[in-house]
Design a protein around this ligand. Sequence first.
Ligand code: GLU
Length: 305
Amino acid sequence: MEDLLEELLAECRPYTQQGTLANYIPELAKGNIDDLGIYVQRSDGRHYQVGDYKKRFTIQSVVKPILLLLALLDNGEEFVRSRIGVEATGKPFDAINVTDQSLLSEHLNPMVNMGAIAMCSLIKGATYEERFQRLLDLTRTLAGDPNICLDEAVYQSEKRTGNKNRALAFLLKSYGLLQDDVEEVLDCYFKACSISVNSKDLAQVGFVLANRGKLPQTDERIFPSRYAHYVNAILMTCGMYDGSGDFAVRVGVPAKSGVGGGIMAVVPTRMGIGIFSPGLDGKGNSLAGAQVLERLSKRMYLSIF
Ligand code: GLU
């Protein structure tokens, strides 16, 4: 397995140059386009890692499945389902999901921004600071990494420039889909996206989803098995933005990408995979990262189809 990962690293490193750093959040444009890290956590307890797997980057949209898990834990499936739909949007992450001039909860998807912003308001907590802290705590627990914290520079950068997200939040508010103060909800969303992680953290979170809610090593249950089913199904249909169909054909496992260059892949019952490479393709997915996953899937028969 080590040899295979080294081979994939060498084969896919040249693809890093074909991607583009996200620059609509100015701080993300400072990333190093050459970075490529891979971490695999297997269900037999073994883990394998190569390249820049220790490098930290912001979680960005890969926080969305964690937000969804917390919303499910706080409110139960029925309630969450009534507030946020599950249909794939087939649209970019920051799409305005308005159909026929109306916006209903069923038009929202937890893996794209509008649904994720709405999800922040479903998290329990007396203040939005407390809600974010609870999300951070869950991220630390799932990743088994108590040192995970906020990247202040990316958070400030995103808060300063996130006017599209502001517009989406006000749209939610105008359709009665957001009850709380827009700036408070957005502050929580911007912080959520700015949590600093590495490839290992993503592999660990992916592993808990693959392991139906139980942590590796201790087997401690963090969420009911049913929630893994719920989240993984949505990742499969919408985790890679409007590239999810292509990814399903090429790789065939539930996964979530973020514009920071991270991809978390879930191979049910077998492994969690964390990849980092900040050069993105036209849809906002890590270009070299998807290449690694495609090759790994073919070599190890990972596709669930
Ligand atoms: N914080 C980013 C945004 O809202 C997340 C986008 C992403 O990773 O898809 O624009």
